[in-house]
Design a protein around this ligand. Structure first.
Ligand SMILES: *Cc1c(COP(=O)(O)O)cnc(C)c1O
Length: 402
């Protein structure tokens, strides 16, 4: 059998997996080959919205696997038609592009917006305005749009025409968006950058400026989308509708799939052969995403997320009142961030390893914030039990760092 040293032997050093190799999972509990159990507050980084396994999704995958795996975009297929119809009919958008992951959805959104602007208004209208601390994925265009230099350092020269503003600064946004702007891209809640919700005023200002200067407002909802915040999309929580939206993570309930949705006005950005993805719209991915979407897009799920979030926040706050580790606990729905006190600055990833030793998976969002993204359907008793384990982990963390 392998152990974690084999990982280091074969893989590039871009991840640092913990010393726990899961072999099976159910709802929000993971098990390794020896039966050691971990409660999953990390949710596969917001992918496992419906838990670690789901009978309906398994059946959908098996059924499709016995019929047709892949055809390519020379042909359409029924699962992708079903999915696109659902996405259009349940949202404010008119057209769909299917791909495989979040960064591909962002890449498509930026390319669509830029090409629409250039085609419609001329070459000078190509600027993209983004926010510092944002995270939009790892292709070169996506890291360049992202607002964190650690993700683009060493990869220069970067694509040009991208400028950043401070998140939630209305003044900076107002100063930068103009007739040459093709798109403003932002996360309604900056997730990877530290779980920082946008103010409604900031999103409203972005909407107003994009209307004024005929540029596309892109919301990257790869992490906040599909029920995570207690609505189908975070934009609905704010009541501000973008022109383009990107989705991935929990869209396929664990099966890789991404999507970019846009309003009709921007659809001319792509015409025949101007963009594409070999695996985009794959029948297996679409068959699973269809079911995942049906299961998530219900009031039971949305109110369940809000109920769970309340319990989660209350428990975490209670533990923190006793141990005093975090200076702020924030977020929306089941996208929760807890920022470490200054004395623990930079140590959010240390807590991950300690958590696993105590049987609970937590995530970080940058160096100073612990991030919690449990399944939307996490059983209440798993929140309870996970919090006991987290309290023990935090006590250890405190002792180690005292
Ligand atoms: C995860 C994430 C991405 C990138 O998605 P991948 O599937 O890893 O390419 C892009 N934007 C946001 C907001 C994300 O959270």
């Amino acid at each position: 059998m392998y152990d974690i040293t084999d990982y280091k032997k074969y893989f590039l050093g871009i991840y640092a997996p913990v010393d726990f190799i899961p072999v099976r999972g159910h709802l929000s509990r993971l098990y390794d080959k020896n039966g050691f159990e971990v409660i999953d507050f990390a949710g596969g980084v917001a992918v496992n919205g419906l838990g670690l396994t789901n009978e309906v999704l398994i059946d959908a995958l098996n059924e499709q696997a016995n019929k047709l795996w892949h055809v390519g975009n020379l042909m359409t297929n029924y699962p992708q038609l079903d999915l696109a119809k659902k996405l259009v009919e349940s949202t404010d958008f008119d057209k769909v592009f299917l791909c495989n992951c979040g960064t591909e959805a962002v890449e498509a959104a930026l390319k669509l917006a830029r090409r629409h602007a250039i085609k419609t208004y001329g070459n000078q209208k190509h600027h993209i305005v983004s926010c510092y601390r944002s995270y939009h994925g790892r292709t070169l265009f996506s890291v360049s749009a992202g607002g964190q230099s650690k993700y683009w350092d060493g990869f220069e020269p970067l694509p040009g025409g991208i400028t950043h503003v401070q998140f939630n600064s209305l003044d900076e946004l107002e100063a930068l968006v103009n007739h040459d702007t093709a798109a403003v891209i932002l996360e309604p809640i900056q997730a990877e950058g530290g779980v920082i919700p946008a103010t409604r005023a900031f999103l409203a200002k972005a909407r107003e400026l994009c209307d004024k200067f005929n540029c596309a407002l892109i919301f990257d909802e790869v992490q906040t989308g599909l029920g995570r915040t207690g609505s189908l999309f975070a934009y609905q929580e704010y009541g501000i509708v973008p022109d383009i939206i990107t989705l991935a993570k929990s869209l396929g309930g664990g099966f890789p799939i991404g999507a970019m949705l846009c309003k009709q006005l921007f659809a001319n950005g792509f015409d025949f052969a101007s963009h594409g993805a070999t695996f985009g719209g794959n029948p297996l991915a679409c068959a699973v995403a269809n079911k995942a979407f049906d299961l998530i897009n219900t009031n039971e799920i949305f109110s369940g997320v809000k109920d769970r979030a309340e319990v989660f926040m209350a428990k975490l706050t209670q533990i923190n009142n006793k141990l005093n580790i975090y200076k702020e606990i924030r977020g929306k729905g089941l996208l929760i961030g807890a920022e470490l006190n200054d004395q623990y600055k930079g140590k959010a990833s240390q807590l991950i390893g300690i958590g696993f030793k105590h049987g609970v998976a937590v995530l970080n969002a940058g160096a100073d914030v612990s991030r919690f993204l449990p399944a939307l359907i996490i059983p209440f008793e798993d929140i309870e039990e996970g919090m006991k384990r987290l309290a023990a982990a935090l006590e250890d963390f405190k002792r180690i760092n005292s």
